[in-house]
Design a protein around this ligand. Structure first.
Ligand SMILES: Cc1cc2nc3c(=O)[nH]c(=O)nc-3n(C[C@H](O)[C@H](O)[C@H](O)COP(=O)(O)OP(=O)(O)OC[C@H]3O[C@@H](n4cnc5c(N)ncnc54)[C@H](O)[C@@H]3O)c2cc1C
Length: 532
């Protein structure tokens, strides 16, 4: 299955004069899910991503494959049940990048342990046979054993339950590569700049798109029977390309909501369990999750009106996370402890007539709209439900006669490239993320030449061979592609990522046969290390 993906041959395929069954715009969880499902059903598929796969929201999630305890509290039972079902597909199909993760909810009021325990028993019941482990009530002593970093003062006890954790950006890459192995043409750094609309006035149908290679500026017209707009928070810009000349702009579909994560060292939350506080004093969710030898603290839910590619955190968001972490952890992390800060935009769907100011109340369910022109727009949902969203999109395309009818359910038990038993993501990133491709990785030059190793454990890290693998098999085109999404160093330790930029650029330059500039990446890494 390991397929070298050479950009010039992929671009040549894009330029072939032909009509594709399906063209997908956007290479995040949603678009990649659609491309893979369609390719497995035997449709010819092209997908274009303007930046890198998962460069948008899909690399900035909390990385939980979960039903969503919070949505259970909001009474969104249908969404929770569906997501719990999808959670097990994620874990089964890519065990090298997705595993189960135990969570502990500490209780500081006498009623919390019982109250949350009952809710979580319901969570177990909704998962049914796909449950990952039974919810247990914990004494105060056991809570401290499982969560050595928890604030013991006033602790009544806790509840342990199980959910899933995955590497979002690497999972997205696996979707892209598995789709490619099934014949899809998937291209990063290629932007859809216009839609091809044909037919008499008033009856214009979308018949393809114009794609710009963002490395060369060369534009190519791509014809397709069905076009899917899966551009996350950016869907309204693509919908606008589908507007008749002189027609008014449609009201936006998406109300973006920003979520901030801070990364601190593992010693703030030693052990293998995550901590979740379902309702802080001001009604928000707070968690601390072990990830690749560090701890993720988060998150926030702040309405935001611009659609920045790299949204900046607000000072209030950082203060909230640090303040809450200080309340629930034995050692309060300080601003100087933050190794990286990253921000994602949730594509929440606005019911028509809403102004989207209360984003916490907006549904996390997805929406599919088929325009009069045949353009299919999909947005909302969660990473966890990407697969069922893809099925829904294809159902809409078939119902509208844009694609021939072919049975679904084809990706439910489809192992992704490299699928092999993995290790918990509490461990630093390393060879184990390559699953059955680890053997291939070790045949590349520099398999034992480590550019960076995890300081605390001396294990894992980033090798020269991993950079070569990223260029040859994972379509990495620049330093950011490697250090942000193939290896997650930018997200784990931004200052260390900046230090590695020149070494990575030198290897990439050899692989790609051109100079690689690191200026933009170093500026980005500085932003990931700067607190407001
Ligand atoms: C803070 C936060 C935490 C989250 N945590 C979780 C979690 O733990 N678990 C979970 O299940 N979900 C989580 N989510 C939700 C999940 O991350 C998103 O629902 C999902 O990533 C959205 O994927 P997408 O493909 O729709 O959007 P995106 O990932 O943003 O993908 C859209 C892509 O379209 C591309 N694009 C835009 N315009 C064009 C164009 N003209 N041409 C070509 N490409 C274009 C963009 O570059 C982008 O890559 C979280 C979200 C946030 C913000």
């Amino acid at each position: 299955m390991s397929q070298a993906l050479d950009r010039s041959s992929l671009l040549q395929r894009l330029q072939e004069p032909r009509e594709w069954d399906l063209a997908v715009i956007g290479g995040g969880a949603t678009g990649l899910g659609v491309a893979l499902d369609a390719a497995v059903r035997g449709f010819s598929v092209v997908l274009v991503e303007s930046h890198d796969f998962a460069q948008g929201t899909s690399s900035r999630a909390t990385k939980l494959a979960h039903g969503g305890v919070r949505y259970l509290a909001q009474g969104d039972i249908g969404l929770v049940r569906e997501a719990l079902h999808e959670r097990s597909a994620i874990l089964a199909n890519a065990p090298h990048v997705a595993q189960r993760l135990p969570f502990v909810m500490p209780g500081y009021h006498w009623w919390e342990r019982g109250f949350y325990g009952i809710g979580l028993k319901m969570y177990d019941a909704l998962a049914g046979r796909q449950g990952l482990g039974a919810t247990e009530w914990l004494s105060s002593r056991r809570t401290r054993e499982l969560l050595p970093g928890v604030q013991p003062r006033g602790l009544w006890g806790g509840v342990r339950y199980w959910d899933g954790q995955f590497d979002d950006a690497r999972f997205a890459l696996l979707l892209a590569r598995t789709a490619a192995a099934r014949g899809a043409l998937v291209l990063n750094h290629c932007e859809a700049v216009a839609l091809l609309r044909e037919g008499a006035d008033g009856g214009r149908q979308v018949r393809g798109l114009v794609v710009r290679d963002t490395e060369t500026g060369i534009e190519t017209t791509v014809r397709a029977r069905c076009v899917v707009n899966a551009t996350g928070v950016w869907v309204d810009a693509v919908r606008d390309m589908d507007r008749d000349e002189g027609a008014p702009r449609r009201p936006p579909m998406v109300a973006p909501s920003q979520g901030v994560h801070l990364i601190v060292d593992r010693h703030f939350l030693p052990g293998s369990h995550a901590l979740l506080v379902p309702k802080t004093d001001d009604g928000r969710v707070m968690f601390a999750v072990p990830w690749y030898g560090k701890t993720i603290l988060g998150t926030t839910d702040t309405p935001r009106h611009d659609l920045a590619r790299e949204p900046a955190p607000f000072a209030e968001e950082v203060a909230f996370i640090l303040e809450q972490a200080g309340r629930y952890l034995l050692h309060a992390p300080q601003r100087s402890d933050v190794r990286s800060i990253w921000v994602g935009l949730r594509p929440l769907v606005k019911p028509s007539g809403e102004d989207g100011e209360n984003t916490k109340a907006l549904s996390r369910e997805h929406t599919v709209i088929v325009g009069r022109s045949g353009l299919i727009t999909v947005t909302g949902g969660k990473w966890t439900t990407y697969r069922s969203m893809a099925e829904d999109v294809l159902d809409h395309a078939m119902a509208r006669g844009l694609l021939a009818r072919r049975p679904g359910g084809v990706t439910a038990k489809l192992p992704l490239v490299g699928a092999a038993p993995g290790r918990p993501q509490a461990e630093p990133p390393g060879d184990h993320l390559y699953g059955s491709e680890a053997g291939l990785l070790h045949t590349l030059p520099g398999a034992h030449h480590w550019l960076w190793r995890d300081a605390e454990t001396g294990r894992g890290g980033l090798s020269e061979a991993m950079v070569r693998f990223a260029a040859r098999y994972e379509m990495a085109r620049d330093v950011e592609d490697v250090l942000a999404r193939r290896c997650r160093l930018l997200f784990l330790d931004a200052a260390e990522a900046a230090r590695q930029a020149d070494a990575v650029a030198a290897i990439l330059a050899e692989e790609l046969g051109r100079e690689i500039d690191t200026t933009a990446f170093k500026a980005l890494a500085a932003a990931y290390h700067r607190l407001p």
